[in-house]
Design a protein around this ligand. Structure first.
Ligand SMILES: [Zn+2]
Length: 124
């Protein structure tokens, strides 16, 4: 049943925020991150990846590093594989840029084909 009281409560808890309120909320959260004692210049370690703050959003560090190596932006379809399986180990020699998601799957299966690897440190 529709109940104005529960709507009000949900609103207070943040389940029904307007777009403007959401933006303000996100900004406050980000301000807390960037001004807080744990701020390390825009580098955070999530559960899976190291991420870098670009001024507007967080991007995975390993993708930025490969972009720097090849001198262009990566396409979203181009996976970067961590050779030793540690997705937080962003040593260049641990990274391989693959041509497409299928190439990544083949890499994991050990059935890589010619042309699947777009870049790794042996390419330099
Ligand atoms: Zn992989």
């Amino acid at each position: 049943m529709w109940n104005p009281k529960s709507i009000g409560r949900r609103f207070k808890n943040g389940y029904m925020l307007t777009e403007e309120q959401k933006v303000r909320r996100t900004k406050t959260r980000l301000d807390n991150i960037t001004n807080g004692p744990n701020w390390k210049g825009g580098r955070i370690v999530s559960d899976t990846y190291v991420k870098i703050w670009t001024g507007t959003k967080y991007v995975p560090e390993h993708r930025l590093l490969v972009e720097k190596q090849i001198g262009r932006k990566l396409k979203p379809s181009e996976p970067v594989h961590h050779i030793n399986g540690n997705t937080k180990d962003n040593e260049l020699k641990n990274l391989v840029l693959l041509k497409h998601p299928m190439a990544h799957i083949r890499y994991h299966r050990g059935t890589i084909k010619k042309g699947d690897i777009l870049w790794d440190t042996t390419c330099r």
